[in-house]
Design a protein. Structure first.
Ligand code: SAM
Length: 255
């Protein structure tokens, strides 16, 4: 997968050289291109922002440097088109499902902003001919979109074939479409079997795969009920077996 990122802080992306994503790049699974937005600003101060029309506090990122920068990235490959991802708190929520959708794309272009965001005409211009997604990583406001891009690239990158040591890990993750859709993963343990008086649940030492799978699902349901009850409401009833229903009824979450 090719990833382009245009930012006024390309140095912010140093963490993409570390760990799983760094290794994926070394192995050619992920091809990351960083671009300095100011390279497309033509005044002596390399200005990329201006006062907002309509008044109000803060500055807005000018359309011209963004347009030139995006055009230059698009020109890198005449035969392909990237999916453009614009991080913004006013976008659609970034979810595991969206991460999987992005992981299936050959080319992503991220446009992290600063100030009050990018002049909206940039999204209108490219949205008329390319796929442009305005995406939020959560209900809070960051100082800039770079951290949001790091989050998304890590979530997408680990889903690319060959990046995770065991592809099965992603299937068992919280939120993974399938059995874990709208569920949080339960607690996990490793050796030793007892630590500071805390014992590993006996069932995990039993070697009984069926019972362990059942226990894990119960714990996932319990944890989801405790931390994110609103997710349970979104569970597809068709995916609940008799045991799930009994547990949810015990938790007071089923009539
Ligand atoms: N005035 C904007 C608003 O209220 O929607 C917030 C601008 S924020 C200070 C500057 C930039 O940080 C945004 O344009 C976006 O690129 C990024 N950003 C901030 N919070 C974000 C979030 N929750 N998800 C994704 N990007 C975010």
């Amino acid at each position: 997968m090719r990833i382009d990122i245009i930012s006024i802080f390309p140095e912010y992306f140093a963490p993409l050289g570390v760990s799983l994503i760094g290794k994926a790049r070394e192995r050619g699974i992920l091809d990351v291109h960083l671009h300095q937005l100011r390279d497309w600003a033509h005044d002596v101060h390399r200005t990329v922002d201006d006062t907002p029309y309509g008044g109000g506090p803060g500055m807005v990122m000018k359309p011209e440097p963004w347009g030139e920068a995006i055009d230059a990235v698009l020109a890198a490959d005449q035969d392909a088109r990237p999916r453009i991802i614009v991080p913004t708190p006013s976008g659609v929520p970034f979810t595991q499902r969206l991460a999987m959708e992005y992981a299936a794309e050959p080319w992503l272009l991220f446009t992290p902003a600063r100030y009050e965001g990018i002049d909206s005409r940039v999204m209108a211009e490219y949205g008329s001919r390319l796929r442009v997604d305005e995406v939020s990583i959560g209900d809070y406001v960051l100082a800039g979109g770079e951290a949001a891009v790091l989050v998304m690239v890590e979530a997408v990158g680990r889903l690319l074939p060959g990046v995770l040591g065991n592809a099965r890990s992603a299937v068992d993750d919280s939120f993974a479409p399938g059995e874990m859709e709208n569920l949080l993963e339960g607690p996990v343990y490793t050796k030793p079997p007892e630590w500071r008086g805390h014992e590993v649940p006996e069932i995990l030492l039993s070697g009984h795969h069926g019972k362990i799978a059942r226990w894990r699902r119960d714990e996932a349901l319990r944890r989801t009920a405790r931390n994110r009850a609103e997710l349970l409401a979104a569970l597809d009833p068709a995916t609940l077996d008799k045991h799930d229903r009994r547990l949810l009824a015990e938790l007071g979450l089923l009539p």
